[in-house]
Design a protein around this ligand. Structure first.
Ligand SMILES: [Mn+2]
Length: 307
């Protein structure tokens, strides 16, 4: 046991919480889960704004793992981009710092969640999304992988039997996850959610009951004793398209920015958040250029409130 006087400030915070004073940022330009390649530009576009500048006063140290994956020797031999993201996340998360992952389409969770679960076996997940992302290849109307990550993570279809996916393993139980903001469930998805008793709150419920009640109930369900670390998988299409138009599959009647900011502040106050991923920002999917800046500004504010 080290004496306190020998600890530096970062170690001190790491030992007294989940390393909440230090932040790792991981970029994930995964776009293979759907048909709109612009989503791969999400992380760079976000980093070109004020994100790091805004976060700097909050953290003792911020490390950004951006750029070429070919420079990371431990990634050699992995041709599957999801496996590379899995390995990269696993390596970076072991430092026990708070983690912010910038995507990328939502199929990237197939790489990030198994890595997070490896380090935090009792991790719980808040999936903030307009969609269920819980289709299987049998129920999916599109066949796009970004609509299936939750189903694969729950083991509802054997993704690990596909070539180059042998490393993947289902790591979630239905009681590990709660959805907030859903409003566009496919027929098959609704059936799966009900069959497995998966809890979800629609954007309409948030409007009726108020975000405070919804998020309090969700956290109480996921983490009644407060001993579980939390991961938030935040799809920007949970927001109404008037706040976040730059996304591949926008759905009307979404949550307001204020509702989402309240949710984020509540999560922050619990001090259980070990990682946050922001997905589906696609700077190419806009009618007017200002919509990219608008979406980015909203994302910056949401991230600010979570961390
Ligand atoms: Mn999604």
């Amino acid at each position: 046991m080290q004496k306190n006087s020998q600890l530096n400030l970062g170690e001190f915070f790491t030992q007294t919480g989940y390393g909440l004073s230090e932040l790792s940022i991981i970029t994930a330009d995964i776009h293979q889960g759907q048909q709109k390649p612009g989503v791969a530009k999400g992380p760079t576009t976000l980093l070109n704004g004020n994100l790091i500048q805004n976060l700097s006063p909050k953290f003792f140290d911020i490390k950004c793992y951006q750029g070429s994956e070919s420079s990371l020797p431990f990634l050699k031999g992995s041709s599957n981009p999801y496996q590379r993201l899995f390995k990269k996340t696993k390596k970076i998360v072991q430092t026990q710092r708070q983690t912010l992952i910038l995507g990328g389409d939502h199929s990237m969770s197939l790489g990030t969640l198994p890595a997070l679960k490896y380090h935090y076996p009792n991790l719980k997940v808040l999936w903030v999304d307009a969609h269920g992302d819980i289709n299987t290849p049998k129920t999916s109307p599109t066949g796009n992988l970004h609509g299936m990550p939750v189903a694969a993570l729950l083991g509802l279809f054997p993704l690990q039997k596909r070539p180059s996916w042998e490393w993947f393993h289902p790591c979630l139980n239905p009681s590990d996850i709660v959805y907030i903001g859903v409003r566009d469930l496919d027929w098959g998805e609704e059936k799966i959610m009900n069959n497995y008793g998966i809890r979800y709150y629609t954007s309409e419920q948030v409007k009726q009951q108020g975000m405070h009640k919804v998020i309090e109930e969700a956290c109480q369900y996921l983490n009644p004793e407060g001993e579980h670390p939390l991961h938030v998988s935040f799809d920007i299409d949970c927001l109404d398209p008037r706040y976040a138009p730059a996304t591949g599959v926008p759905v009307k009647d979404g949550m307001t920015l204020n509702q989402v900011m309240d949710m984020a502040s509540y999560i922050k106050s619990t001090q259980q958040l070990v990682s946050l991923e922001m997905v589906e920002f696609n700077p190419d999917e806009v009618e007017y250029p200002f919509e990219v800046n608008l979406t980015r500004a909203c994302m910056e504010r949401v991230i600010q409130n979570f961390l």
